[in-house]
Design a protein. Structure first.
Lengths: 526, 201
């Protein structure tokens, strides 16, 4: 399959030039029926359910505070919520037999606020430890997250996050943009916990609603104010003893703190995708290419210095090639120059590594990316080949079209006269090597043929053949002429013949009629 | 256990390449993606808006219509963000919605034009713009326009959007091999069109 032919690329460039468009994200949100405020403050919704077996639901409670109406339901999930949840349940990747068990799902709480209903559901997994939470807004929009521990540990161990991996596996979810949060979790059966109380900064506590092994508590009103926010979950056994305690971060129940975390998260996004957006502090047009290579700490030390202990055991190195001219901080990078990748100045390249051991899917935590070098203009490009096999990508960053002329390598030009039956045609083929474009098979094939033959004969004749090709020109320092037939190419090694055959007779060239009475004996000029 | 990638854009800082290694080496708990976040979609929007618009301009031949299709496509992804399964990148998923929106716009325009051809009120408004576009692009536009829809779309996604075969396959809902053959056919047709010669001795 030919990749983008430069000529076709030019054609397409002329047909539809690049466009400049002013982003109107607010318009997108308006069309989607979403307000910006609610979007910005939406938290990460992740939660881990530890138990695999559900008991009979036991708790029903109700609460109403500050225009918030909370209902805790028992029983299984049915009706519209069941259909909505079923629409998103699917097996885990790589573990096809594991998925959320809808038959054991429980509806834990519904929070009505601002005319909208936020319903929260929990479901264990069909196998192993883990489960999923689901949030359905107005019975239409759903978001969910699942997790399970492949080693069957209880409590499960997941990426560090507030609440996750702790004794209750509790997760706090923000409700809309209001100072309302829902704490979901389960009661650790191994500690004989049968009830849960939420402890607050002011020393008071309140009982959480339970549903089977799960519990739920809605934080709102006075408990969202400084000095009264939640500080811990306390699991009690039947005889009133404390079976488990999980500390809670009171700042989790502060909108201001949530917003700060949102901004920090935004910086992570910026860090991760800076190459794709000028908002990330780096104009993507300046990124000429990206090199990446998997390596070892010892090799990293040789190329980038430092100590092996400072590097993760399986680093993957990325280098963005410039030159970069950064006139000002973009995308809020002025306040976080240590995080943003593109400090003001002129730079030759940016090198960083990703630690795959710190990346567990989803968003890249800040610790997973380590800067290696921000090289000023004039700095020599690192010898990445010393790190291992380098994968070079000059197209991934949107370098549409022709690229810079300096990166194109013209290796020659060939005239091909092709004779087939009564017809003769000719074509000129440039052999251009460029990151983005795969050269014609003819160029590749012929170069290998030349290397294979070393000194191809230039006086070949094939008068007896009805099909032949005369190739004349220059290629990579070779100047000459060869005459080939399909039979010739079939006699070549598999690494050469098929490609050469494709290049000549594969129909990739635009042929110009060269007359109907070809010379009976094609012969290269001496 | 295989971890799921959830890169919000096509340019994922190499996450694709490290993901399989991680999956093979680590016993860490797996995560299933259900739903994309608005932040992820916004990241794609801000990073790749002009590319989305360019493809839609190529498809629709009208800048304003293209912008509208892109806006609508992104809005659709937000409305349906819970349906994202994390099988590919968020951007790849968004592309499907935007292309669908562009197709809807084209169908709607076809309907309007059919109405205009019968003397409808939009006739005067729509005709000059189309003539202008056609004349500006000349014969090249003809050659691209006569390509089958799938070929055109694959070509635009490959060239303008820089999507790889796998992503194009997801948008077109075809196999990766079909993408290759589709692009090959489109290239062959266009190369011939460049010289006005279809001889293949």
């Amino acid at each position: 399959m030919p990749d983008l032919d430069p000529r076709v690329g030019e054609l397409l460039d002329r047909r539809t030039p690049r466009v400049t468009v002013e982003p109107r994200w607010d318009d997108v949100l308006r069309r989607a029926g979403v307000t910006r405020r609610s979007v910005v403050r939406m938290p990460r919704r992740r939660w881990l359910v530890l138990a695999a077996v559900l008991a009979v639901p036991v708790g029903i409670a109700a609460a109403q505070a500050h225009h918030v109406f909370v209902r805790y339901f028992s029983g299984s999930v049915s009706g519209t919520p069941r259909q909505v949840i079923a629409s998103v349940i699917r097996p885990f990747v790589g573990a096809r037999h594991i998925e959320a068990d809808l038959s054991k799902a429980r509806h834990l709480a519904t929070v009505s606020v601002g005319g909208h209903g936020y319903a929260y559901f929990l479901a264990p997994l069909t196998h192993g430890n883990g489960g999923c939470y689901f949030e359905i807004v107005d019975q239409v929009h759903i978001s969910s997250d699942c997790g399970y521990d492949s080693k069957g540990r209880s409590p499960s161990v997941l990426t560090p996050a507030v609440g996750e991996g702790t004794i209750f596996g509790a997760r706090t979810l923000e409700v809309s943009q209001r100072p309302i949060w829902v704490i979901l979790g389960d009661m650790p059966a191994q500690r004989n916990v049968t009830s849960v109380r939420v402890r607050f900064q002011d020393g008071t506590s309140d009982r959480a609603a339970t549903n089977g092994p799960y519990f739920s508590y809605v934080v709102s009103g006075e408990h969202a104010r400084p000095g009264s926010r939640p500080t811990a979950l306390v699991g009690l056994t039947n005889d009133g003893k404390v079976g488990a305690i999980q500390a809670l971060d009171p700042s989790m129940y502060s909108l201001a703190a949530t917003e700060r975390r949102g901004r920090a998260f935004g910086r992570q996004i910026t860090l991760r995708f800076f190459g794709a957006s000028v908002e990330g502090g780096l104009a993507r047009q300046q990124i000429r290419a990206q090199d990446r290579v998997s390596t070892t700490p010892a090799k990293l030390v040789q190329v980038f210095g430092g100590t092996a202990a400072a590097y993760p055991p399986h680093p993957v190195v990325f280098v963005l090639r410039g030159p970069f001219t950064i006139p000002t901080y973009l995308g809020g990078c002025g306040s976080t120059p240590s995080v943003c990748p593109a400090p003001v100045g002129r730079w030759a390249y940016f090198a960083y590594l990703i630690n795959p051991d710190a990346y567990h899917g989803g968003r890249v935590p800040s610790g997973a990316i380590i800067w290696l070098r921000k090289a000023p203009i004039g700095a020599p490009y690192p010898e990445l080949s010393r790190l291992g096999h380098v994968r070079h990508d000059g197209a991934v960053l949107g370098l549409h079209g022709r690229g810079s002329a300096s990166r194109r390598k013209h290796q020659g030009r060939l005239l091909v006269i092709l004779h087939r039956g009564p017809r003769t045609a000719a074509t000129h083929t440039p052999c251009v090597y460029q990151d983005r474009y795969k050269p014609f098979d003819l160029c590749d094939g012929l170069s290998r043929y030349i290397a294979f033959r070393r000194t191809p004969r230039t006086d070949q004749t094939h008068s007896a053949d009805r099909v032949w090709a005369l190739i004349e020109g220059s290629l990579g320092g070779w100047h000459g002429c060869v005459v080939l037939t399909p039979a010739d190419t079939r006699a070549l090694p598999d690494s050469i013949g098929p490609e050469l055959r494709r290049g000549i007779w594969g129909g990739r060239h635009i042929w110009h009629p060269a007359g109907t009475s070809p010379p009976a004996t094609p012969r290269c000029r001496r | 256990v295989v971890l799921k990638k959830s890169a919000p854009t096509g340019f994922s800082m190499g996450v694709e390449c490290i993901q399989p290694e991680k999956a093979a080496a680590s016993p860490a708990p797996a995560r299933e993606r259900a739903g994309a976040t608005v932040a992820e979609i916004e990241t794609v929007y801000r990073a790749r808006l002009e590319v989305f618009v360019r493809v839609c301009v190529a498809l629709l031949g009208d800048r304003e219509l293209a912008i509208d299709a892109v806006q609508e496509g992104f809005a659709a992804t937000i409305r349906n963000r819970a349906a994202f399964r994390g099988e590919g990148t968020v951007e790849g998923w968004v592309w499907g919605a935007v292309v669908n929106a562009a197709k809807n716009h084209r169908r709607a325009r076809s309907g309007r034009e059919a109405h205009a051809a019968e003397g409808g009120p939009e006739r005067l408004a729509s005709r000059p713009a189309r003539v202008e576009v056609f004349e500006a692009r000349g014969a090249i536009r003809d050659e691209v326009a006569v390509l089958p829809e799938r070929q055109r779309l694959a070509l635009f996604l490959r060239y303008y959007a820089d999507l790889d075969y796998r992503e194009i396959a997801a948008v077109l809902d075809v196999s990766v091999g079909t993408v290759g053959s589709t692009l090959h056919a489109a290239h062959t047709t266009l190369r011939r069109a460049l010289t006005g010669d279809d001889a293949d001795a």
